[in-house]
Design a protein around this ligand. Structure first.
Ligand code: ZN
Length: 309
């Protein structure tokens, strides 16, 4: 695969793909379009840069939560990815105007590629210019890759996360871990529900030998595993996105935010997330009680005392 594929989705804004992984372009584009079609209105152009990495090496990548891995790409493939990515940025109305910003980004991307970084990141380059960079080991389960792609793409669909006005508003309220958790939680909430629609029966079986019982059940169970892993009830513990997705679910069940708004992206149209801050008692309640769920007769649910509180 050596060409940038231009596949327009249902609305005018494109998702382009530079794919140097062994997963076929058509699979990645089908999944991306499936997720994109869930959005009520998209306004960004998105580039997805995808590649495979080899065995884990584990050196830290400065400034990012990535580690180094064996580099599978040849130097000429890396150069090609870089050239195509640069061209995409030069064609973009916003990034073409920002030489310094562009070069800084490109320098990081090259460093990640040349060090086999296990990238999983959405760059809000401009409000309407988003770049997803993601790396995985060949052989990853299909459901796992779908989930990975859908999660990162949702960040690219989150319009307000690269909106200066929205970010300034949140900053003024003391941007803390909560702002990050809300963004991650919404992304994973969308991901569990949307990826679920993409799974085949075989995927579901692969996913979970105990029995896959649907997206919400699965979300609860994974969050429960995370809590057991590090014995922490903090939203910000390991696997913050999945923990925070449960916090989002609690707010949905309480009627404080809309399930549909998360799933069609409209939650992120007008900076609604700015209301989810530490001076909002409802949000504080969700932040402090998200872990109060249990398994009753094979079904996960929030404790009655939490729902009726
Ligand atoms: Zn994320």
């Amino acid at each position: 695969t050596t060409e940038v594929i231009n596949n327009s989705v249902s609305n005018d804004f494109k998702i382009d793909l530079i794919n140097f992984s062994s997963t076929p372009d058509s699979d990645l584009m089908n999944w991306a379009n499936f997720a994109s079609d869930k959005m009520s209105e998209r306004t960004s152009n998105i580039l997805v840069v995808a590649y495979n990495i080899g065995e884990y090496i584990g050196e830290e990548i400065p400034g990012m939560p990535f580690n180094s891995n064996e580099v599978i790409l040849s130097q000429s493939e890396i150069d090609l990815i870089m050239a195509q990515t640069e061209q995409w940025l030069l064609n973009d109305p916003c990034m073409s105007e920002q030489r310094g910003h562009r070069n800084e980004e490109l320098e990081s991307y090259r460093f990640w590629l040349e060090n086999g970084a296990d990238t999983s990141t959405q760059r809000g380059l401009c409000e309407e210019t988003r770049l997803v960079m993601m790396a995985w080991k060949d052989g990853i389960e299909t459901w796992n890759l779908q989930r990975f792609l859908v999660h990162e793409l949702y960040h690219a669909f989150q319009r307000d996360i690269a909106n200066e006005y929205c970010n300034d508003t949140i900053e003024r309220m003391g941007r803390g871990e909560h702002a990050h958790a809300v963004v991650e939680g919404a992304a994973d909430y969308f991901t569990f529900f949307t990826a679920d629609e993409m799974y085949t029966d075989a995927d579901r079986q692969n996913y979970d030998r105990i029995g896959y019982r649907g997206p919400l059940n699965n979300l609860f169970r994974e969050a429960s595993n995370l809590i057991n892993e590090d014995r922490s009830n903090d939203v910000t513990g390991s696997g913050i996105a999945t923990r925070a997705a449960i916090m989002v679910r609690l707010m949905v069940e309480k009627g404080w935010i809309s399930h549909e708004g998360i799933l069609d992206g409209s939650f992120h149209h007008n900076c609604e997330r700015a209301d989810l801050n530490p001076s909002n008692p409802d949000f504080v309640f969700a932040w402090e009680n998200w872990f109060q769920f249990e398994n009753q007769n094979e079904e996960w649910r929030f404790s009655d005392s939490i729902l009726s509180n």
